[in-house]
Design a binder for this molecule. Structure first.
Ligand SMILES: [Zn+2]
Ligand SMILES: [Zn+2]
Length: 86
């Protein structure tokens, strides 16, 4: 089963007052020092490590690839290729 999680906390603003731990390199804000350290260690400046098997889409989180596939490759998933064929 494919789990689709859309992150409701995505915000467009650069600064969230709750996110007081900021990455010195990319200015991303985090709620906790642990999250910031995790970002610096695994995310910051790194290439996305998860890739879509159907196209060249890449993401930092597996769930983002799953979301992408459920949106972009929905026909591959449900095997209903006739309706959606381009
Ligand atoms: Zn960073
Ligand atoms: Zn894709």
């Amino acid at each position: 089963m494919l789990q689709i999680c859309i992150n409701p906390t995505i915000n467009k603003g650069e600064r969230d007052p709750r996110k007081k731990f900021q990455c010195p390199s990319c200015q991303k804000g985090y709620l906790s020092k642990t999250a910031l350290n995790r970002h610096i260690r695994y995310d910051c400046g790194k290439e996305p490590m998860f890739s879509c098997p159907h196209c060249s889409y890449r993401a930092y989180q597996k769930v983002h690839v799953a979301t992408h596939m459920s949106k972009t490759h929905v026909n591959e998933y449900y095997g209903d290729t006739e309706k959606f064929k381009k």
